[in-house]
Design a protein around this ligand. Structure first.
Ligand code: PAF
Length: 274
């Protein structure tokens, strides 16, 4: 595996690459969720590129940019074991050339509801860095997890709206054996909070059971979820279609049930695609 730290080196290497390129952009602190994206990329491409870059522009002023978990040595090892060909780890100063750059804006509606409403500007930053990374890596296929469902939807929309010749591959959420969705932020949870957090996946599992039994009313489902998560500080529960429009009636195969909540200072999101 080759580690690349500069833009110039990446561009020089990229010019010489032939064959399909699978790209997994990450912010590091790699866990089994990332590993499943990398494995998917490895199985379906000639070349695999992973990036690790904690992108400052997607964090709000009060958020955890400064303390976002960093585990470079372990991450490198994981990438090596997963047979990644190129690991790109740029400096902030090379990815951003100043405070007055040309910007990408998230769509006014779908980019500013749910996560975008709670974290205004977050998706502008995500799209900005993902577009930069796409332009540098020029992948054939790019891999994103369904856990960040709104991010996945907005990146797919960017690819469509800006005519980027990249195939976006949606990958399943990876969970701990007890149901907790994997997230780099899980390391912030105390033992007690981790136990409490299980109510999130429990409430999502309940939705599957309810829908299987025939329930289709979003309000009824949301009320049941709220009951299961009564001990948590819920930011939102939303039931949307794949275009991220709120729906009153669940449509099987076109529904995403989303949750954001806080345990102490740690904000967790999770969702279920129905
Ligand atoms: O999902 C993430 O880890 C980040 O938002 C991404 C896509 C790597 C952009 O910084």
């Amino acid at each position: 595996m080759k580690i690349i730290n500069t833009i110039e080196e990446l561009q020089a290497i990229r010019k010489k690459l032939n064959g399909s390129i699978g790209f997994v952009p990450t912010m590091g602190a790699l866990h089994d969720g990332h590993i499943s994206l990398i494995k998917n990329a490895r199985a379906n491409n000639d070349i695999v590129v992973v990036s690790i870059f904690v992108n400052p522009t997607q964090f709000l002023a009060h958020e955890d940019f400064d303390k976002y978990p960093k585990r470079d040595a372990a991450d490198k090892k994981i990438c090596e074991l997963c047979k990644v060909d190129y690991l790109f780890m740029p400096e902030i100063s090379s990815m951003y050339q100043g405070d007055d750059e040309v910007l990408v804006k998230a769509p006014k509606i779908s980019g500013f509801i749910l996560e975008g409403e709670k974290r205004p500007g977050h998706f502008d930053g995500v799209l900005q860095v993902v577009l930069k990374l796409f332009n540098l890596v020029q992948p054939t296929n790019a891999y994103f997890g369904k856990k960040d469902a709104q991010q996945l939807s907005l990146i797919s929309q960017m690819v469509k709206n800006l005519f980027l010749p990249i195939n976006i591959v949606e990958c399943e959420i990876i969970r701990e054996a007890d149901g907790l969705a994997l997230s780099s932020r899980n390391v912030y949870l105390t033992q007690e909070q981790r136990k409490e957090a299980l109510a999130i996946s429990k409430s999502l599992n309940m939705t599957i059971i309810s829908v299987t039994k025939g329930e289709r009313d979003s309000t009824t489902i949301k009320n049941k979820m709220q009951e299961i998560m009564s001990n948590l500080d819920i930011e939102y529960i939303a039931i949307v279609n794949k275009n991220f429009e709120e729906i009153q009636t669940i449509e099987v195969k076109n529904t995403i049930i989303l949750i954001a909540c806080k345990l102490g200072n740690t904000r967790l999101i999770d969702n279920m695609w129905i």
